[in-house]
Design a protein around this ligand. Structure first.
Ligand code: ATP
Length: 347
């Protein structure tokens, strides 16, 4: 198992002046799955290519178990990268594709055949070894690509948007398969995605990168409960941001005084609460009257737009909770203390 350390990693492509990746530092523990999450162009693939040795960093370091790998050739790093467009060898059978890495390592034929069959069973394609990649569905091709990567037991597995070409149903299936294989084999894995849900479901820890900068590196839950900035909260679907002043365990703002959880930041700041944490009805604390300005049907849930003085709040509630509530109504809501979080005022 391999511990990955990324230190102040920066890449400025020739002919550009803005870094594609700016000063990234991450510790990825042995056997864990880390997601690099961010919108298109934020520098995710650039990071992966530097780890794989396909690109040279402008500055910074990458070490496996404390030893720098920057001087190692790509083929000596023990890294395998799986791209979104599979890149299987079209003229080779599925079995030959899967066994490719072991043939390159000159393993005995019998061992290769045995390991290939083992891998095909693991990715649930035990009977398709004789087919050509063109005779497989997209999802099956992706499984073959995964088997071909895992068979060499890499120190580090890099998955670059491996699910983006699959339809929703297959994505779920592959997600579960990747997670179970990764855990079973204990391979340190870095997974690139622009899909927040995918990152949250798959990863032990998520690194959110926006405009080439690391914004937060944490367990998934922290992005919902303790976002580092308003931009992070917004990326994770946060909507409610109310400016005010935090002092003595209370937040004063257009919402009125709100009791804060222990450890909340003090001074000028922005109060945030997840739309799905807002509750209808009164409670012992943090209750306020709001006017319903809009009601939007979301399918399994309903979004209410609420106003109180100058402040607006978005609440996402179950069908039961919003029954009989219409635009124009005045209702009581409460904001559970533990769901509140104060962001630093950066303005
Ligand atoms: P996507 O999700 O679309 O793959 P990404 O987060 O992986 O995006 P990168 O491919 O790492 O983003 O690109 C980061 C930035 O670097 C982008 O602004 C991109 O235009 C730029 N870039 C990538 N490759 C090169 C290159 N060879 N020369 C110059 N700029 C590049």
């Amino acid at each position: 198992m391999t511990h990955v350390t990324i230190n102040n990693l920066t890449k400025i492509y020739p002919g550009t002046d803005k870094p594609a990746l700016d000063d990234l530092s991450l510790e990825i523990p042995s056997g864990e799955l880390t997601a690099l999450l961010g919108p298109s162009g934020c520098g995710k693939t650039t990071t992966m290519k530097m780890i794989a040795g396909l690109l040279t960093p402008t500055s910074g370091g990458i070490a496996f178990d404390g030893r720098s790998i920057l001087r190692d050739k790509p083929e000596h790093r023990g890294v395998v990268m799986v791209f979104q467009n599979y890149l299987l060898f079209p003229y080779m059978s599925v079995a030959d594709n899967v066994g490719f890495g072991l043939r390159m390592r000159k393993r005995p034929k019998q061992e290769i055949a045995h390991r290939v069959q083992e891998m095909l069973e693991l990715v649930k394609l035990p009977d398709l070894g004789d087919r050509k990649p063109s005779e497989l569905s997209g999802g099956q091709q992706q499984r073959v690509a995964l088997a071909r990567a895992l068979i060499v037991q890499p120190k580090v597995l890099l998955l670059d948007e491996p699910l983006s070409n699959l339809d929703a149903h297959l994505r779920f299936e592959m997600r579960d398969l990747i997670r179970s294989l990764q855990q079973e084999m204990g391979i340190t894995t870095i997974f690139v995605t622009h899909d927040q849900e995918e990152a949250v479901v798959l990863a032990d820890k998520v690194a959110l990168i926006l405009h080439g900068n690391l914004c937060q590196y944490d367990v998934a839950e922290a992005f919902y409960r303790r976002p580092a900035t308003e931009e992070v909260a917004r990326f994770f679907g946060g909507h409610n941001f109310v400016p005010g002043l935090s002092a003595d365990g209370r937040f004063e703002s257009a919402l009125g005084p709100m009791a804060l959880p222990q450890g909340a930041r003090t001074g000028r700041g922005t109060l945030t609460v997840r739309p799905e944490a807002i509750r209808i009805g009164k409670a012992d604390e943090n209750t306020l009257k709001v006017r319903v300005s809009e009601r939007i049907y979301l399918g399994t849930q309903t979004r209410l737009k609420l106003t109180h003085d100058e402040a607006t709040l978005d609440a996402v509630l179950s069908p039961d909770a919003v029954e009989g509530i219409a635009p124009g109504d005045e209702i009581d809501i409460h904001l559970p203390r533990q769901a509140l979080w104060v962001l630093e005022d950066v303005a």
